[in-house]
Design a protein around this ligand. Structure first.
Ligand code: AGP
Length: 361
C-alpha cells in the first residue's frame, strides 16, 4: 500500500496533488473552438427542456456545481439528492434529461434514482469515473471524468473532474436546449479550463493551508460560506473537513448566515469564505456579519481581491473565470482539511464508519 502512495503519507494528499494531471485528462480533446464532446455531438440534446442531476455526497456537490451552469444560462435544471429523489417525486417525462453523477458508478441510492428516471421515460446519462460500472451500463449514455483511480475514501480529484466534465456537458446541453445559443463568455470559460491544470499546480506549491490549519486548530466549529458556484464548494469544504477531522463543520450559502446560523458564530468559529467573482460584494458583507460577532474570517480569493484586505487570513487562488474559480478554492479547502486531520492524527484515508462506495440504500 505504501508503494502506491509514492512520496506521500496518504493517498488523499497524493490524489490532491494529482489534480493538474486529472484535470488535464478531463478536458483533453474536449475543447477546441467550442465544447467538443465525442459522446454528445451537436443536436444530441435536442428536445430536452428539463435537466435533473441525481447524486450523493461529494458527487451531489459536483452536481449542484454543474446545474448552475445550466440555470445561469436560462435552462431549467436542478440537482437532487439521489436518496430524496423518490420521496420528492419531481416531474419527469420524455423531455427530461436525468444525469446520474457517481464517481464509482455503484452507489445504491444513485442507482435507485437512475432506475426510477428510466421507468418514468427520461433520457439518462451517467457521469462517472469507472468504465463499465453499473450506472454507466444502465443509463442511455455516459461521460467519463477520466480522473484515474481514487483510493482515499474522501473524494478529491474526482470532485474537480466531475465539476469540469459537468460544466462542459452543461455547455453542450445549453447549445441544444436554447437552439444554438451557447454559454455566455464561452471563450473565457474555455481559456480558464485550459489554464486550470497550471493554475492548480501553482496553487499547490504556494498554498498556506497548512499554516492556516495550525492557526485555527483549537476552534470549536468550522463554517464554510459561498455563493453561486462557491456554495457547493462551501458544502464540499465542510463535508471534507468533518469527514476526515471528525470536527464539527458546516457549509452555508453565504446569504443564509443571517437567517439562523449566525447565532452559532463566536470568536471560536472560523468562517472560511469562498469568493468566485459572482456577487462577491454581497458575500463580503455576509462574511463581515460574522466578523462583527468576533469570528475570524479566512477569505479564499485572488491576491488583489478586496476581501483579502479585510479578512483575518487569506488563502490565495489565481484569478480566473467565475465558473471555475470555485474549483481552485476547493483545492485550498482540500489541503486545509488534510492538514487539520494530520494535526489530529486521524486515519485520513479510511475515516471511521465510512466506505469508499456505499452499495446499500
Ligand atoms: C465524499 O468524500 C465521499 N466519498 C462520499 O460523499 C461520496 O462522494 C458519495 O458516497 C458518492 O459516491 P459516488 O460518487 O461513488 O456515487
Amino acid at each position: 500500500e505504501q508503494a502506491g502512495k509514492g512520496e506521500y503519507d496518504h493517498f488523499m494528499l497524493k490524489e490532491i496533488y494529482e489534480q493538474p494531471t486529472s484535470l488535464a485528462q478531463a478536458v483533453e480533446g474536449r475543447i477546441d473552438d467550442g465544447i467538443d464532446l465525442e459522446e454528445f455531438p451537436p443536436g444530441a440534446f435536442e428536445g430536452i427542456d428539463r435537466v435533473q442531476f441525481v447524486a450523493c455526497g461529494t458527487s451531489y456537490h459536483a452536481a449542484m456545481y454543474g446545474a448552475l451552469s445550466l440555470t445561469q444560462a436560462g435552462v431549467d435544471a436542478r440537482a437532487l439528492l439521489a436518496n430524496e429523489y423518490g420521496a420528492s417525486s419531481p416531474p419527469v417525462d420524455d423531455r427530461t434529461l436525468v444525469v446520474a453523477v457517481t464517481q464509482s458508478g455503484e452507489t445504491a441510492d444513485t442507482l435507485s434514482a437512475l432506475r426510477r428516471a428510466v421507468r418514468k421515460g427520461a433520457r439518462t446519462v451517467t457521469v462517472t469515473n469507472v468504465v463499465g460500472s453499473t450506472a454507466a451500463r444502465e443509463a442511455d449514455d455516459s461521460l467519463l471524468i477520466r480522473a484515474g483511480p481514487e483510493i482515499g475514501v474522501a473524494a478529491t480529484k474526482t470532485f474537480s473532474s466531475q465539476a469540469v466534465a459537468l460544466t462542459l456537458l452543461a455547455g453542450r446541453i445549453v447549445e441544444d436546449a436554447l437552439a444554438g445559443d451557447g454559454l455566455s463568455d464561452l471563450d473565457s470559460l474555455l481559456a480558464a479550463a485550459d489554464r486550470l491544470p497550471g493554475d492548480i499546480e501553482r496553487l499547490l506549491t504556494e498554498s498556506d493551508a497548512a499554516e492556516i490549519a495550525r492557526r485555527y486548530r483549537d476552534s470549536r466549529s468550522y463554517f464554510f460560506l459561498g455563493r453561486g458556484q462557491g456554495y457547493p464548494v462551501a458544502l464540499e469544504g465542510a463535508l471534507k473537513f468533518k469527514e476526515i477531522t471528525y470536527e464539527h463543520a458546516e457549509g452555508f450559502a453565504s446569504g443564509e448566515l443571517k437567517h439562523g446560523p449566525l447565532a452559532l458564530v463566536t470568536e471560536e468559529t472560523p468562517v472560511f469564505t469562498v469568493f468566485t467573482g459572482i456577487e462577491d460584494d454581497r458575500t463580503l458583507a455576509n462574511a463581515e456579519e460574522a466578523a462583527t460577532r468576533g469570528a475570524p474570517v479566512i477569505a479564499i480569493c485572488p491576491a488583489d481581491h478586496p476581501a483579502a484586505d479585510v479578512a483575518d487570513a487569506h488563502l490565495e487562488i489565481p484569478e480566473t473565470d467565475p465558473r471555475l474559480a470555485g474549483l481552485l478554492a476547493n483545492v485550498q479547502l482540500q489541503l486545509l482539511s488534510y492538514h487539520a486531520a494530520e494535526l489530529l492524527d486521524r486515519p485520513i484515508d479510511k475515516p471511521r464508519n465510512l466506505a469508499k462506495s456505499v452499495t446499500v440504500e
